[in-house]
Design a protein around this ligand. Structure first.
Ligand code: ADP
Ligand code: ZN
Ligand code: MG
Length: 477
């Protein structure tokens, strides 16, 4: 069978408001257990919810940033189910008419160059549950998180592989952080992702039965869960069996998706309109005010970087995926015009150390001034690229300028042609066989000579100059 995947995702995002969705409890999920709870969010009889205006504003900001149409009137609904960490016995959410619909987000495809648009079906306002922690034969419940304002983003089934999904998650994360509406961190649970996946015959318009993998909390888990599910469904179909519509949980230990529940038909949550909240009305002037306060968003910044600094789309995409990183790049560009080289050093070296040390860009010792200093040292031929990479880590750890380290340790590239010429001549005299091969057109032998000179100078010889000297002394073109 020639099968291809169809993937759609749902993302739950905790909004970074001061207080909860329906009460004025402070939002402090990690505070002392059950200390940020009141009559409303612990569901005492007779209490009533009051809408948090900021949460509505945040959902609108996200909707406008993703080209959604905004519903002037939308409604809150009750989704009924029983679970110990849901004291009301229902979740307040939006069902038939959410606040935002029909948006789109542009992402990079798997090739890292072309882009595509992922359609958003809806963005709805809802609330988080409390948190149960299970120990041996008992469980504890913490209601600090109960009533945290969430938005749920639902995409159309537009993804065809795992890379597109993770690129999408990174883009959503960037947009949320640029807008200042969420910390949007998968690892910390500010953002949680469910993946819906089915397989269909290549070219067919008819979708297969899908499964849903719940609560993935890292890019790695998203990738692994998709890979596992593709193989599992393919094997099932090739055996002539049917894929069951199931809700699954990814198990990080085994790398397998385990069945949480099988949907008999659709889950029956007995949705009905929330009688304690009025319809949500969004006024035209509120939208205008929000539009005026919109920051430059990741895609706009990316396109500006491409045109203003002439760097490749891929570089701009990575730089703009993190607001702090984009600012860092621009600060470097104010100090020096070698934009592409600045970008290269950031993408290859800087990000490697930042990711390894799990530090925020704003807190590292290697400032834009330090980075530009390194770029200049290499560009002016003072040090070789190899030496630059070696001292990069020292600059990163100590916050010392590379130019100081170079001076202290005498690491300047040897561009003294007399000295180099003597060295090259010696090598030519003592390696007649290699000289012969080089003369006979074995260009690879040039690497031998440059390598030997590097060895003798501790990596400090100027490689371009060395190559030229070998050619000159042997009378080669
Ligand atoms: P439900 O009504 O159960 O919430 P939806 O139709 O709203 O289901 O879809 C939920 C998610 O599943 C969406 O992200 C959607 O894109 C995705 N989806 C729907 N049908 C399929 C399918 N056949 N294969 C893969 N994903 C699907
Ligand atoms: Zn409360
Ligand atoms: Mg749905």
């Amino acid at each position: 069978m020639n099968l291809e995947p169809v993937i759609g995702i749902e993302i739950h995002v905790q909004l970074d408001t001061k207080t909860k969705a329906w009460c004025d409890c402070e939002l402090k999920v990690n505070g002392f257990e059950n200390n940020y709870v009141c009559e409303v969010c612990s569901a005492q009889p007779g209490t009533l919810p009051v809408v948090n205006k900021k949460a509505v504003e945040y959902a609108l900001r996200l909707g406008l940033a993703t080209n959604c149409s905004i519903n002037e009137v939308s409604f809150y609904d009750r989704k009924n189910y029983f679970y110990p960490d849901l004291p009301k016995g229902y979740q307040i959410t939006q069902y038939k008419t959410p606040i935002c619909e029909n948006g789109e987000i542009e992402i990079l495809k798997e090739d890292g160059e072309s882009t595509k648009k992922i359609r958003l079906e809806r963005i709805q306002l809802e609330e988080d549950t409390g948190k149960s922690t299970h120990y041996g034969d008992y469980s504890l419940i913490n209601l600090n998180r109960a009533g945290t304002p969430l938005v749920e983003i639902v995409t159309r089934p537009d993804f065809v592989n795992a890379k597109e999904v993770t690129n999408f998650l990174k883009k959503v994360q960037a947009i949320l952080v640029y807008l200042g509406v969420s910390k949007a961190n998968l690892q910390d649970g500010n953002m949680r992702c469910d993946v819906n996946l089915s397989l269909k015959e290549v070219g067919s318009e008819v979708f297969g039965t899908r499964t849903e993998v719940k609560n993935l909390n890292s890019y790695r888990s998203v990738e692994r869960a998709i890979a596992y599910e593709m193989i599992r469904q393919k094997e099932t179909l090739e055996k002539g069996e049917k894929v069951l519509q199931q809700t699954l949980l990814f198990d990080v230990e085994s790398g397998k998706n385990k069945v949480l529940r099988t949907k008999s038909d659709a889950d029956d949550y007995r949705y009905f309109p929330e009688p304690d909240l009025l319809p949500l009305i969004v006024e035209e002037n509120q939208i205008e005010t929000i539009k005026k306060s919109m920051p430059e968003l990741p895609d706009a910044k990316k396109n500006r970087f491409v045109s203003e600094y002439s760097i490749p789309m891929y570089d701009a995409e990575v730089l703009c995926s993190d607001k702090e990183l984009a600012n860092y790049f621009e600060q470097c560009c104010k100090l020096d015009k070698n934009y592409k080289k600045i970008s290269n050093w950031i993408l290859s070296e800087l990000l490697k150390y930042v990711n390894e040390s799990k530090t925020e860009i704003s807190k590292i010792k290697l400032s834009p001034k330090h980075l530009v200093d390194i770029v200049n040292l290499v560009d002016s031929g003072k040090i070789s690229g190899k030496i630059a990479k070696e001292i990069f880590v020292e600059v990163y750890d100590s916050g010392k300028l590379a130019s100081e380290i170079v001076k202290e340790k005498g690491l300047e590239q040897n561009s003294n042609s007399d000295e180099l010429e003597t060295l090259v001549q010696e090598l030519i005299n003592s390696n007649p066989k290699e000289v012969e091969e080089l003369k006979n057109g074995r260009d690879r032998m040039m690497g031998f000579f440059v390598g030997q000179v590097m060895k003798k100078t501790g990596g400090k010889a100027n490689p371009k100059m060395t190559t030229d000297l070998v050619k000159k002394l042997l009378g080669l073109k």
